[in-house]
Design a protein around this ligand. Sequence first.
Ligand code: F6R
Length: 252
Amino acid sequence: MHLIITDSYQQSAVLAARQTADIVKRNPTALLGMATGTTPIPLYEELCRMQSRGEIDLSGISTINLDEYVGLAGDDENSYLYFMRKYFLDPLGIPLSRVYIPNGVANPAAEIARMNDFADQHPIDVQILSVGENGHIGFNEPGDVFYDKFHLVKLTESTRQANSRLFQDISQVPARAITMGIGGIMRARKIVFLANGEKKLAAMKAMLEEGDVTPKNQGTILKFHQDCTIYLDKELAASIQPARHVQVTYAK
Ligand code: F6R
């Protein structure tokens, strides 16, 4: 694990965008693993700015998303497909034919099979990742096992509560989602990870400090990833004592 401590969350996003852009410069048809939620928005905005300044061309990439809510169609503004189109796909000119995300209103078993067929044959070049307050990555919620592949999950009440900020009220937050499994995340060649805010402190401590790898806190599995770069602003990093295996760098 490589921890890069930055001055601000905005700097984290810019550095993470440059690292992602470098991969695409070397491989213009790279497969990018995408996360949604509030955290990666500044990273996606920076990639869009880089493309409009002519510094990078992302229009040839393909994408695969970590997850989608069951029950939300792609034109619902809380669906993750809608999010991806708004912040990333449409501004960058990436056609939906190269976008792999579960369809929230199709048969879940068929969608899981479709996503797994694609994922089995296409290694992810770089996975953008963040973490939930309860340590989930993708929608792999705290539990007793690490799942390997795409699967159906029942969202915990704490996740529904945390995500209800984007909905009218909690009753509108879907109860289920389809998520990439931990195995799929771990098979990504590279992980670019962002977090910020006090609410993520416990999850980040579990990931970066000495301690067990446990499905009770799914993000701890990243301790075993070969090429995972975590960007944290100095405010969040200040309360974390990185374990010996973590290589720490201060961004200039
Ligand atoms: C989203 C995802 C989730 C989020 C996590 C944090 O695709 O997989 O694991 O990364 O819930 O969400 P935010 O960034 O909104 O705090």
